[in-house]
Design a protein around this ligand. Structure first.
Ligand code: CA2
Length: 144
């Protein structure tokens, strides 16, 4: 089972500020924790602040026949038609994850343009949301 964990803009700052919203864990902590919890999964971890790079990562995961993608598009969730099109264009199941509960925050975060193209969304469960998304994909991923 090959899974991509893809994080969007500013998530490289996790653990360093806004810890009241996003907690104290870093992206490196997330990677270590997923690798340890799911030792049999062949993970790739990527983060980018660039919309086009995220689109390229989605396309590449499809061409490299990944079984699933855990995707936090971060701020682009609320704006990006291009990322939504990319999620819809690939035949790899994508689970959208938000660390914070976007529905308990500003109104502009209540709409995700990418969510409808994903198989489902997890929001507000902190870093645990990523592990839950992996659990889903282990059962429902493309070649599971
Ligand atoms: O809750 C989430 O995971 C979000 O996707 C995070 C995005 C936000 O725009 C979405 O509405 C919800 C923001 C990521 C910014 O991450 C930071 C982490 C630490 C310090 C500063 C920003």
């Amino acid at each position: 089972m090959k899974l991509l964990v893809l994080n969007g803009p500013n998530l490289n700052l996790l653990g360093s500020r806004e810890t009241d919203i996003y907690g104290t864990g870093t992206l490196a902590d997330l990677e270590a924790s997923l690798r340890s919890e799911f030792a049999d999964v062949d993970f790739a971890f990527e983060q980018s602040g660039h919309e086009g790079s995220l689109i390229d990562a989605l396309h590449e995961a499809a061409s490299r026949r990944f079984d699933g993608i855990v995707f936090n598009p971060a701020g682009y969730s609320h704006t990006s038609v291009a990322l939504r099109d990319a999620v819809a264009a690939i035949d790899v199941p994508v689970v959208e994850v938000h660390i914070s509960n976007v529905y308990a925050r500003e109104r502009f975060r209540h709409v995700s343009r990418t969510a409808a193209a994903a198989v489902g969304v997890i929001s507000g469960l902190g870093m645990a949301g990523y592990a839950l998304a992996v659990r889903y994909l282990l059962v429902h991923g493309a070649r599971s």
